[in-house]
Design a protein around this ligand. Structure first.
Ligand SMILES: Cc1cc2nc3c(=O)[nH]c(=O)nc-3n(C[C@H](O)[C@H](O)[C@H](O)COP(=O)(O)OP(=O)(O)OC[C@H]3O[C@@H](n4cnc5c(N)ncnc54)[C@H](O)[C@@H]3O)c2cc1C
Length: 452
């Protein structure tokens, strides 16, 4: 998939006075110096797969990082330009029998965009988010200053501690902690503090064998019971949920999905011995899964087939939103694992009330982070869905969760920042922004609404 410079995958559309595509660092610095002397706002564009309008400019200049294409793979690490796609990074790592652990589902995302959003995706169940895999960052500040920082290089000013939520995934606002390093500050700052030029990222050796499964269930209850057990299975690195409406949404592309399946879990596990594989027969029987109809595989071909099945979910729901003429309306809230059922029931009850038949739920349920994807057919449903996002944000925060687990807040979800943080905490984030970008010219409108 690809998106024009003035839009992103959420369906947000904007405008810019100029689109700049620097070929190298010198040209980037010149653009930044010119913008500084004219006092112009700058928005940074990666691959455009963001779901919050972060890279969509509302005036000023847009800088696309697509020409920053360095990709050098070494044992244990890769040096990667901001404009390299995840697809290219995964392919290059694989050719060296290694892999880059973060795996946001959309592989046309640029590495720079995934660092800006602290993206995670399906394998984050085992490997966490992008932040954990960054060893070095090269960043340009708004005034053209270049910083080259390594993991552990501390910031040179004081910040207060803002405690993170109790959920496993979190990517909303700056994560401030006294003594923190620059990498933790830039990662997740959504293009509001600096422009990522390139990064050293950690690679791991490819596991010798993986088992992949799409396991079908007769009910949601059976899925929740299975998850309580399966989260503890050693070396599971992916536990993704698909509900009945989501299965029906893609059944034209996947007619072999069992008709009586009411939900599914997409699973991936590192296999060490044959016993790891054999254990699934008992596990499926104990969980009441539709054992005979579930799909398993261990080849690259199977893995790619299952990856495409998983990717078809957001792809199709985004296409339906476009067809219906609305921007995407989806949740990105996470809660602590023990609150997963409560949040899930809250989503289901509310959505059945406001938009029955026009929504589906799928995603990273291993981390208590499913996405509710709303598919409004009328303006009234769209308005109710917009209200529901705020209701869900408040509920997630009240359960100790995050108002953005992995997509960031961008412009479309900036209103959730005060749901998560106190006015004092937001003020301390703004102080960091003023320090690094005193003219408040980088990414205006992204996660600070109508900032200044
Ligand atoms: C079908 C689909 C599935 C998805 N699944 C997942 C998923 O499983 N997990 C997940 O985490 N996300 C997912 N996403 C969201 C998206 O892929 C990520 O947010 C991704 O990180 C965005 O990267 P991008 O390069 O496309 O960024 P863009 O959309 O271009 O920009 C996103 C933000 O990053 C900033 N930015 C971009 N490049 C830079 C840079 N070099 N320096 C500083 N700031 C920069 C932009 O200003 C903007 O604020 C999905 C999206 C789609 C369309």
């Amino acid at each position: 998939m690809s998106w024009s410079y003035l839009e992103d995958a959420s369906g947000a559309k904007g405008h810019a006075e100029k689109i700049c595509v620097p070929n190298n660092e010198e040209e980037l610095i010149q653009v930044l110096l010119d913008a500084a002397s004219e006092g112009v706002a700058i928005t940074i564009a990666g691959g455009g797969s963001g779901l919050t309008g972060g890279r969509v400019p509302f005036g000023g200049w847009l800088i696309s990082m697509e020409k920053f294409r360095r990709l050098d793979v070494h044992p244990g690490l890769a040096t990667v330009g901001a404009g390299v796609t995840l697809h290219e990074l995964h392919a290059a790592a694989k050719a060296a029998n290694q892999f880059y652990p973060p795996d946001p589902t959309e592989t046309m995302a640029f590495l720079g965009g995934t660092i800006a959003c602290n993206s995670s995706g399906s394998r984050s169940f085992k490997y966490g988010a992008t932040r954990r895999w960054l060893l070095r960052l090269r960043v340009a500040l708004a005034d053209g200053t270049i910083m080259d920082v390594r993991r552990g290089d501390p910031i040179d000013f004081d910040v207060p501690s803002i405690p993170p939520p109790a959920s496993r995934k979190h990517s909303a606002g700056y994560q401030l902690k006294p003594g923190m390093d620059w990498i933790d500050l830039f990662c997740g700052s959504e293009g509001t503090l600096g422009i990522v030029i390139e990064a050293d990222v950690q690679l791991l050796p490819n596991p010798a064998e993986l088992l992949n499964g799409i396991i079908f269930f007769p009910s949601d209850e059976a899925v929740h019971n299975a998850l309580d057990d399966w989260r503890n299975v050693p070396n599971v690195r992916m536990l993704e949920y698909v509900d009945d409406p989501a299965l029906r949404m893609i059944e034209q592309r996947y007619p072999d999905v069992p008709k009586h399946a009411r939900a599914a879990i997409i699973m991936e596990q590192i296999i060490e011995t044959d016993a790891d594989i054999d254990a699934w027969a008992d596990r499926l029987a104990a969980a009441g899964a539709l054992e005979a109809e579930s799909w398993f595989g261990s080849s690259d071909f199977d893995r790619e087939r299952f990856r495409k099945f998983r990717h078809a979910l957001p792809e199709t729901s985004l296409a339906i939103s476009v067809k219906n003429g609305f921007p995407s309306l989806g949740t990105d809230f996470s809660v602590p694992i023990e609150k997963n059922r409560e949040m899930f029931a809250f989503y289901r009850e509310h959505m059945e009330r406001i938009m029955p038949g026009h929504y589906c739920i799928f995603g990273h349920v291993g981390d208590a982070h499913p996405h509710v994807n709303m598919l409004p057919a009328t303006q009234q449903e769209f308005d109710l869905g917009t209200e529901a996002l705020m209701i869900f944000a408040r509920k997630a925060a009240s359960l100790g969760g995050s108002v953005s687990a992995e997509h960031g807040l961008g412009k479309r979800k900036a209103k959730f920042l005060p749901v998560q943080y106190t006015a004092e905490q937001i003020e301390s984030m703004k102080a960091v922004k003023r320090r690094l970008d005193p003219g408040w010219r980088l990414g205006p409108g992204t996660f600070f609404e109508l900032a200044k």
